[in-house]
Ligand binder design. Sequence first.
Ligand code: COA
Length: 209
Amino acid sequence: MEKIQVMVADVSHERYVDEILKTISDAASVRGTGIAKRTHQYVAEKIRERKAVIALCGDRFAGFSYIETWSHKKYVTTSGLIVHPDFRNRGVAKRIKAMTFTLARRRWPNAQILSLTSGSAVMRMNTELGYFPVSFSDLTVDDAFWRGCEGCVNHDVLERTGRRYCICTAMLFDPAEHYPAKIPDEVIEEAERIDAELDAREAGAMNLG
Ligand SMILES: CC(C)(COP(=O)(O)OP(=O)(O)OC[C@H]1O[C@@H](n2cnc3c(N)ncnc32)[C@H](O)[C@@H]1OP(=O)(O)O)[C@@H](O)C(=O)NCCC(=O)NCCS
């Protein structure tokens, strides 16, 4: 079978937008779940801004996902992950997710990466990358973010609970948890003092010997 290439999309891929949107909405009706509805223009803009990743098999569309930023880039989401049914269970979603995640980390290294999902495949991939589950009430994201949920069949649940609960699982990757551990200066100073004492004692012992 021909190889599947995964890449950051560019303007030459705008011709796939209608097929991407159709594949997303077909998958949502098969699953009977909610989905954040996006327009042709919105997805094309993501491609132009180099915030989208596409998978192609030759010139056949195989998969897609894009990045959104929220609350003055405090939060980033990788959204709309879709793999065409002809190319599933071959690790394509995992490769796309790895690329959107890396791109988001490179472009917004201090942003928290957020995921709202009802798909167990996505939960698995998120967990592997270091996301952890959080409650909706922990998310201080702006109104524009929540407007993305308006096209979802479960939107009434979100409204009814004042955005505190819904069907999706919220998951967060917090970059602060992934920095090297921070050791207080006084601990380092004390450790250096102890090292110097031990070195001096060792040198003294050698002189005596
Ligand atoms: C979900 C989807 C993106 C997975 O794409 P894929 O290329 O087949 O996935 P991969 O082969 O890369 O598998 C990635 C991981 O998810 C798991 N997985 C894949 N499909 C799964 C499913 N239907 N249910 C549970 N886990 C699944 C795989 O076992 C793998 O995990 P592992 O590495 O721990 O074994 C694809 O089925 C799809 O587009 N579905 C419709 C849209 C959708 O549900 N999107 C997610 C919105 S929340």
